[in-house]
Design a protein around this ligand. Structure first.
Ligand code: 3HC
Length: 323
């Protein structure tokens, strides 16, 4: 459904019912943003534990906004009550005007999910991926109407970050793109349109260049994690340094993104660095595991720099590259 005017004259919302697939850090906050905009949301994940964790996180984030006077208790209650959860992703999508997939960054898993969802939803349903790296044409061919498929890429933490990249594939209906811009504006975000497909889109490509250089400096022994982050914050005005940011977004997410880019390009410069590969192999994925480039206590308070991890035993082309 697109934004239209109802017989009463009131403007209807673009895509009033949204299904979000995946209740991880991104999916849960995307669901929260959409519920705050007055839309009904179905949050789907095969893990009930992930769904309960997502609801608890939203509840505590919103409770703190209420305590700071940034949100009324009623607005919190309204948003919370608009989110329904299900452990059956396909049935969760059946009544949605828009489906946003925010599951693991693996192409085969995304393709099989969209194949199942695409077969179950109404023809008018819009299908979108929140992939950090894959372009629409890598997925759209599995759904019945590829012209209704696009990318909607949110940033972490999605409740806070304003940008949403809208990724148009060669198969995406240009009118759908315009509607997506209105949708993003209506949910209180800033739309940025990627007009021609490129893996990694805009912000992540720029971020990746900064990250690669930070890792090059670290691996060369030129400066510490702490000082590279401090330079980015205090010299360049970044809200977080690259290592702090990797710990926030999940070191595994960047690893998978770079792996996907490397598989697409074949260019060793696109492959994950040995530093990142070692952290992923050791399970030191950032804040979510209590250890990444820094160490964290149970409350998430940063304790200091983490020791370097040993390089994984099977060394890949990534040894010659960064990120
Ligand atoms: N989830 C939700 N809200 C959060 C949050 C989180 N993890 N962390 C902080 N916040 C909220 C706080 O509650 C606070 O809200 P309020 O203004 O209503 O009180 C607000 O953000 C500011 O928080 P703090 O004062 O505690 O801390 P900061 O001022 O340092 O802000 C930050 C935190 C917003 C995360 C800021 O440091 C920042 O902008 N960092 C950069 C984040 C970034 O670059 N994101 C993009 C990553 S790349 C990506 O996502 C691509 C993907 O493909 C992987």
């Amino acid at each position: 459904m697109t934004g239209t005017t109802s017989p009463s004259g009131a403007a209807e919302k673009v895509w009033p019912t949204v299904a979000v697939l995946g209740a991880g850090a991104m999916g849960s906050q995307i669901a929260g943003v959409i519920a705050l905009s007055g839309r009904d949301v179905v949050l789907a994940d095969t893990s009930d534990e992930a769904l309960q964790r997502a609801l608890a996180t939203l509840d505590s984030r919103w409770e703190s906004s209420v305590a700071k006077g940034r949100m009324t208790a009623q607005a919190k209650q309204d948003a919370y009550s608009r989110i329904r959860t299900t452990t059956d992703p396909v049935s969760g999508c059946v009544r949605a005007d828009l489906v946003i997939e925010a599951i693991v960054e693996k192409l085969d898993v995304k393709r099989s999910t969209f194949e199942a969802v695409g077969a179950a939803v109404a023809p008018a349903t819009v299908l979108a991926t929140n992939s950090s790296s894959f372009v629409p044409s890598q997925i759209a061919d599995v759904v019945p109407d590829p012209s209704r498929f696009l990318g909607l890429h949110f940033f972490n933490p999605a409740l806070v970050m304003k940008c949403v990249e809208i990724i148009s594939g060669p198969q995406t209906d240009p009118q759908l793109l315009e509607t997506a811009v209105r949708f993003v504006e209506e949910i209180g975000k800033e739309p940025v349109v990627l007009r021609k497909e490129i893996n990694g889109f805009i912000a992540n490509r720029i971020l990746g260049a900064v990250r690669d250089e930070a890792i090059r400096l670290l691996e060369g022994g030129y400066a510490s994690v702490t000082d590279i982050d401090r330079a980015c914050r205090t010299a360049l005005g970044y809200p977080m340094g690259p290592f702090e940011l990797m710990d926030l977004t999940g070191i595994d997410i960047g690893y998978l993104t770079k792996t996907a880019r490397y598989e697409a390009s074949g260019d060793p410069a696109d492959a994950p660095s040995r530093t990142v590969a070692a952290k992923v192999a050791a399970g030191h994925l950032g804040r979510k595991t209590g250890r990444g480039f820094y160490l964290y206590d149970e409350q998430g308070t940063r304790l200091g720099e983490a020791p370097a991890d040993d390089a994984p035993s099977t060394r890949s082309e990534g040894d010659r590259s960064h990120g």
